[in-house]
Write a protein that binds this ligand. Structure first.
Ligand SMILES: Nc1ncnc2c1ncn2[C@@H]1O[C@H](COP(=O)(O)OP(=O)(O)O)[C@@H](O)[C@H]1O
Ligand SMILES: [Mg+2]
Length: 175
């Protein structure tokens, strides 16, 4: 299978010389299309930092990250925003749902920012919600549903554009 992700000697430091945290110290690995990879490690071992670097939300201190052949550590902010939208799905540890939008609207947002025609949005949202078993909460607001349901909503938002790579931080923590 095709290589979809490659990390080459990633390092990430926080702080400055007097107060330096080495969150990631020389990590290299690759993931191929269709693979499902779980990363385990103690709290504070750098899992979230690494996912944020792969998802281009954060930048590395050294090393290179190739996503489907593109070195994302070389992209400028404008190119990055587009690259993220078109290629990546992300489920955050704390979900990042918008409390002023319904579950349905939160999921639809991922389609709207990718310029999916309005006429297709409702059908796609319903189809994805059905897959994740959250059809009955589509018109509720995030603060009216359980942690597990919020998480499914975040998962729906991450997969609805059929991204090449889905990154999830502690995705089963509220199941
Ligand atoms: N923004 C930050 N500034 C300084 N240190 C940080 C920051 N984010 C994380 N760290 C530190 O980096 C290390 C890795 O954290 P993190 O990636 O959140 O670990 P995990 O997700 O595995 O629990 C920890 O020591 C943490 O305290
Ligand atoms: Mg974490």
């Amino acid at each position: 299978m095709k290589e979809i992700l490659r990390l080459e000697h990633i390092q990430k430091y926080y702080g400055d010389q007097d107060n330096l945290t080495k969150a990631i110290d020389d990590i290299s690995f690759s993931v191929h299309a269709g693979e499902f990879v779980g990363i385990m490690g103690a709290s504070g071992s750098g899992k979230t930092t690494m996912l944020n670097c792969i998802s281009t939300i954060d930048t590395v201190s050294a090393g290179h990250i190739f996503l489907d052949g593109t070195d994302v550590t070389e992209l400028k902010e404008k190119e990055l925003a587009r690259f993220r939208r078109e290629n990546l799905g992300f489920v955050f540890q704390d979900f990042n749902l918008l409390d002023t939008l319904t579950v349905s609207e939160n999921i639809a947002l991922a389609l709207t920012i990718n310029n999916v025609p309005a006429a297709q949005i409702d059908g796609k949202v319903r189809e994805t919600a059905k897959t994740l078993g959250i059809t009955d909460i589509l018109e509720k607001y995030p603060y009216q549903v359980s942690g597990g349901q919020k998480q499914r909503c975040a998962c729906a938002r991450a997969i609805i554009n059929q991204p090449k790579l889905i990154l999830a931080d502690e995705p089963t923590g509220n199941a």
